[in-house]
Design a binder for this molecule. Sequence first.
Ligand SMILES: Cc1ncc(COP(=O)(O)O)c(C=O)c1O
Length: 396
Amino acid sequence: MSARRVYLDNSATTPVDPRVAAAMARAVVEVFGNASSVHGFGQQARAAIDRARREVASLVGAKQNEIVFTSGGTEANNLAVRGLCEASLAHGRHVITSAIEHPSVAGVCVELEKRGWEVTRLPVYHNGVVRLEDLTRALRPDTVLITVMLANNEIGTVQPVGEIGALVREKRAAGQRHLSLHTDAVQAAGRMPLNVDELGCDLLTISAHKFYAPKGTGALYVRRGVRLHGQNVGGHQERERRAGTENVPGIVALGEAAKLAREELQQRSAHDRALRDRFEAEVRKRITDVVMNGDREQRLGHVSNISFRFIEGEGLLINLDLEGVAVSTGSACSSGTLEPSPVIRALGVDDELARGSIRFSFGKDNTGEDVDYAVEVLVRAVERLRALSPLTLASH
Ligand SMILES: Cc1ncc(COP(=O)(O)O)c(C=O)c1O
């Protein structure tokens, strides 16, 4: 193992901000009451949760009582998609989604199909972005939910959710009152401005560990008036939408991280983008046969997804890791499999390129020296692997 360690996997998870850790540690020790209890200890916990709720609401431009705390992005996505569909049975059984959703949305869609629902998956084309005309064509009178992620976790492309929201409003005004829009904003939160009214969404998912808080807490924004079937059976917490005693320290951490993300968004975004652009410029200059995946403009500023021809992504990842540079192949949740990433395949690239794709994702703790070191290591690793690769030999 190398002495130097450079973490370029901030889309998988982020290091915890010491300010967030301090707020959480205080809550663990001092705010141990059950928020449902009537006594002072309970009220103290309730007040801490309410403070965090205000911060999360403010991060996404919502009202406090529209935020439901969950155990993370996966649970919030499950609650949004399954909960909305189960509450809408009387109005239709058709869902529209994209071909590149995270498994916590895509998997629920497959499950719905097994239960007799119809699901239309919008293609994303070479740039990794859905097209509005495909959505317009897919909409039906019995469509009850559109679920399209705001930003993709592998290539960082930003989907036109605001335009989809405008279309949903038009449809509702024209009489399709039971059509709702959900967006998985797990990758977008803390990386770009979020406003549920500008997006026109009814449900929006975020996850604490993607913006410098610990794992295990997330939130679902639920627009006032939207009906959802709770997925947990139990107590009355979170206005009947999410039964279970609240994880007060996790929620406090999420609240603190949301506050910092809102206050520091501009400076963090500029920092990440500068590092990412410097990295991509160096890669282009020093390595041949690379393909940069996803739309060049319509994408988050901290992600770079690159396919290296003649190389397996897994092999490259291991070589980088041996020199202390941490990156991802495919989605973090499905790494460990050698199947080409379904997201990269959805771009229409060949399997060889899809298998050679690596995601580099930058964060607020990375430095220019990190980028320079990662480039040096990457250039050496690519040269070494290409010299050994049967794919390179076959091409010459
Ligand atoms: C786009 C997206 N949605 C949902 C999730 C799941 O969030 P969590 O890890 O909090 O369950 C992830 C995590 O990788 C993600 O990237």
